[in-house]
Design a protein around this ligand. Sequence first.
Ligand code: NAP
Length: 311
Amino acid sequence: MSTTFPAAQLIAHPESFAAMDPPAILGVFGDPVAHSLSPGFQNAGLDACGIRGQYVRLHATSDEIAAALRTIPTAGFLGANVTIPHKAAALELVDEADENARRAGAVNTIVVDGGKLLGFSTDGPGLSRAVREEFLVDLRDLRVLLLGAGGGAGRAAAVQCAMEGCERLVLANRTLDKARELAAGLAPFFKSDRLIGPVDRLAAIPMDESVLRTEMSHVDIVINATPLGMRMTDASPLPASLLTPSLMVYDMVYTRGKSRLVREAEAAGARAAGGLSMLLHQGAQSFEIWFNRPAPLDAMRAALFDSTNNP
Ligand code: NAP
């Protein structure tokens, strides 16, 4: 695993990053960040394109993130990724943000443009590409049940579904008020009178088994955006008894091997996929934003899947 640098070093000695061999030109800021898989596959992308530079891990606390991001132009970085818990703060710290980032309330990708920082959110587009790759279908053609709509990833997914004009969107969250608030903000996207049967095109529901059961016959895909499944001991975000063969299940959680939700979905005869493909595609889109060229997807995918021992 490559080194994690303290943000304090970047802030105090930005020149030390340009002096590395190859120079650090990109990095991921987070807390914790040592587990991040991004350096492995982003560096494979840089190598595959013959770009001289490296992508590093940077540990930044909430007290450090503003100064650290302000320092990246001086350090010679072309851009950066931002991960937990700084994505919302990053939106406030950039000079400009794209529509996806503004609506999702989060920035995960930054481009240095002169002295300015431009912010983007690639989580939603990454999910969209992953769903297309895994299930050969577009979000816009699907009735989506989103579990964990109150979190950062859930919000990004909901915004993507809305912006693509998905057939139907059901926002499920443990804290119902958050799902309701998100639904209110996305309501303008669902105003058309597209016919979808006896149910609303946009709904906010609690994560209760009885309510989820009622929804299951009116959705095509379940997307898990809760962290449930990251630990072996976690409960599943969806009771196995609700899984049916006609469903698609996309679990944003990525683990070594299959998550419990993916295993239970497959056992029920459903098509299911874990979150590595989203991780790959959100990173590939960041690469495309930084370099304005297609990402070398095969090289990045091979590095990512090698590092997790996933096929
Ligand atoms: P987060 O901001 O902490 O959001 C957590 C969400 O999950 C909230 O909606 C929360 O509900 C819900 N939740 C948490 N614990 C729960 C529980 N025990 N039961 C029911 N609901 C629960 O996290 P995040 O950053 O959005 O990340 C969520 C997951 O997505 C993580 O596993 C992360 O690794 C994954 N992710 C994957 C990718 C990828 O590229 N594959 C990208 C981003 C995130 P409340 O609102 O009620 O608290």
